[in-house]
Each structure stands twice: as C-alpha cells, then as structure tokens.
Design a protein around this ligand. Structure first.
Ligand code: NI
Length: 137
C-alpha cells in the first residue's frame, strides 16, 4: 500500500475588496489594482481540497468523497457562496481577502473535520490562471 492523494473541487461565487484600511484609495489601487475597487467586485472561485492517506484495506478509500463533499459544504461553501468576503463571513473578519488568505482560512475551517487521511493542501482559484495552494505549514 502507498500514499494516495484524493481531490475534491467545488465552485463558489463571492465578492471582495482588497485594501489596507490605513491607506488611501489611490495607494490601495497602486497595490491591489482593480481588486481595490471601493465598492467591491466578484469572482467565480474554485476551491480544491487534497486529502492524503493510505486506502483503507476494506473499503479501498482514503476517505469517502461523500464525506469530503459534506465537510466542504458545511464548513466552507455555505459560509462564503454568494457572500461578500469582507463583511459577511465570520472567519474572514479583519482579514484582507486575497486568494492566499482565503486558502489559509479555508484550511483552518476544514482541516479539523478531516479524520480519515489528512488534509494535504487547499487550492483556491480566483481565476482560471491565478490560483494558490496552502499546505498548512
Ligand atoms: Ni478581486
């Protein structure tokens, strides 16, 4: 038996504004560009979880993906989908909602519920071309 990496991907839509409240709108635009638009804007995000472990000898599963689907929905998707990440999401309060910070927050929301195998990585895709990965390190 060896280590296997199991993936689950899901979509969510959310709005955000990237900014440092200490800086002017002009300075924020310099740093964050269009993502600093004062009234926010939306993204069609994807989240991808990877769970690593050895398949159970009886079931052949590292973890039942139905369980992963539910954990992802309850711990993360229900809280962020169609929400404003700056104001609507308790676990994002006071955090600048960059893709990096969303990945770290998602990890913290999800990792404690993964009891078979181990959460190995969380990827957040902000666009098709821009995505980040966090491994809990
Ligand atoms: Ni943005």
């Amino acid at each position: 038996m060896g280590r296997v990496y199991v993936y689950r991907r899901a979509h969510f839509s959310a709005s955000h504004r990237l900014f440092d409240p200490q800086l002017s709108d002009e300075k924020n635009f310099e740093i964050f560009g269009g993502c600093s638009n004062p009234n926010g804007h939306g993204h069609n995000y994807y989240i991808e979880l990877c769970i690593a472990g050895e398949p159970d000898p009886k079931t052949g599963y590292v973890i039942d993906l139905k369980k992963v689907k539910n954990i992802l929905r309850v711990q993360f998707l229900d809280k962020v989908d169609h929400k404003n990440l700056n104001v609507d999401v308790d676990f994002m309060k006071g955090i600048n909602p960059t893709t990096e910070n969303i990945a770290i927050a998602a990890w913290r929301q999800i990792a404690p519920s993964i009891n078979e195998g181990k959460l190995y990585s969380v990827r957040i895709y902000e666009t098709e071309k821009n995505f980040v990965e966090y491994r809990g390190e």
